[in-house]
Design a protein around this ligand. Structure first.
Ligand SMILES: [Zn+2]
Length: 95
């Protein structure tokens, strides 16, 4: 299972980004099972889904919160290596 946020906890401050290769691993794991995404470095039970955001981030770097339906991105955060990444999590229809 992913980490769950206690209500009232402040949002964590990420210490840095994931590499492209790690972001891809996270994306594939998320698409396989969104409730169980391991960190490529730290293993399972460390990743928290912070928020669902619009896939398009505006030029000022702000992302709008959205619902996890259709095209969306998920902001993932690892509690152990304290890194965060946004992945395009929405199902891309290929049929
Ligand atoms: Zn980690």
């Amino acid at each position: 299972m992913n980490r769950l946020r206690e209500s009232g906890d402040p949002l964590p401050q990420p210490k840095g980004p994931f590499s492209d290769a790690e972001a891809l691993e996270l994306l594939l794991a998320y698409r396989k099972d969104p409730s169980n995404v391991p960190c490529p470095r730290c293993g399972p039970d460390q990743i928290e889904v912070l928020a669902f955001i619009e896939p398009e981030i505006d030029p000022n770097g702000f992302a709008s919160m959205t619902e996890p339906e259709g095209e969306y991105a998920a902001a993932l955060y690892c509690h152990t290596c304290q890194r965060a990444v946004g992945i395009l999590a929405g199902a891309s229809r290929e049929d």
